[in-house]
Design a protein around this ligand. Structure first.
Ligand code: ADP
Ligand code: MG
Length: 244
């Protein structure tokens, strides 16, 4: 399994007490599975991604990424797991204003593997796959919101992650563009066998289980997983399951 969260609880200081952001969460995502997480604002979706992405260590419970238990690892080792295995696409546009789309993707190249030419070829391939072959030389201000999100996706895939974590990728897009981004993500991760968790408070944008290729929808409320719905997709026959 690419991601296994078991009995994960996370709390934050809140006045005199603690606020429970994740309450005994179990979630398993296998290679090539595309899981949507939904729920109202404050239900713990981003916290779930932060824990899965080893950015935050839970109070209790275990986090296993591709067989490596990450909770309790020293920060430097967690950083290495992130670098080698995990891709992130965040809600906020974190592109650098002065760099072209190609340069943004190249920033994520693993300099220990391959030379400049190989990195460039790969970055161009990724830009092509996200529909931006003709926009490689554009800077963020010359790209639409949907295009910027596509650059983010290409960049996240540049490091060949086995786990992709995506937070509210459609929040700045209209419904049709949002749907296309989700369908694009599903296609890219299916081809590569990347386990993917996409968070969205707007389920309509995800259009789960139809042409967008979402395998399962996990619903959260008050830090808990309250519902897991499996969808029938082409990937649905795969053995990997989602439990909640
Ligand atoms: P969602 O992404 O579903 O909106 P979050 O995971 O961001 O939910 O937040 C879950 C709960 O944890 C909320 O009540 C939120 O206010 C709280 N929270 C999130 N991050 C922090 C933080 N860094 N410090 C304190 N409280 C936080
Ligand atoms: Mg959030």
């Amino acid at each position: 399994m690419s991601l296994v969260l078991s009995d994960v609880t996370l709390s934050y200081p809140d006045g005199d007490g603690r606020l429970t952001a994740l309450d005994r969460v179990d979630l398993t995502v296998g290679a090539g599975r595309f899981v949507a997480v939904t729920g109202p604002s404050g239900s713990g979706k981003s916290s779930l991604l932060a824990v899965a992405g080893t950015l935050v260590t839970p109070d209790s419970g275990t986090v296993v990424v591709e067989g490596v238990r990450t909770d309790g690892l020293p920060a430097a080792e967690r950083a290495r797991v992130r670098r080698d295995r995990i891709g992130f696409v965040f809600q906020q546009d974190n592109l650098l204003p002065s760099l072209t789309a190609l340069e943004q993707v190249l920033l994520a190249a693993d300099l220990r593997k391959g030379g400049r030419r190989a990195h460039r070829t790969r970055a161009m391939e990724l830009l092509e796959q996200v529909g931006l072959a003709d926009a490689a030389d554009r800077r963020p201000h010359q790209l639409s919101g949907g295009m910027r999100q596509r650059v983010n996706i290409a960049r996240a895939l540049m490091g060949s992650p086995s786990l992709l974590l995506v937070d509210e990728p459609t929040s700045a897009l209209d419904r049709e563009r949002g749907r296309r981004i989700i369908a694009l993500l599903a296609e890219l991760v299916r081809d590569r066998g990347v386990a993917t968790v996409v968070v969205s408070h707007d389920l309509d944008a995800l259009d789960p289980g139809s042409s967008t290729g979402v395998d399962a929808t996990v619903s959260m409320a008050d830090g808990r997983i309250v519902r897991v719905e499996e969808h029938r997709t082409y990937a649905g026959a795969r053995s990997a399951g989602t439990s909640g």
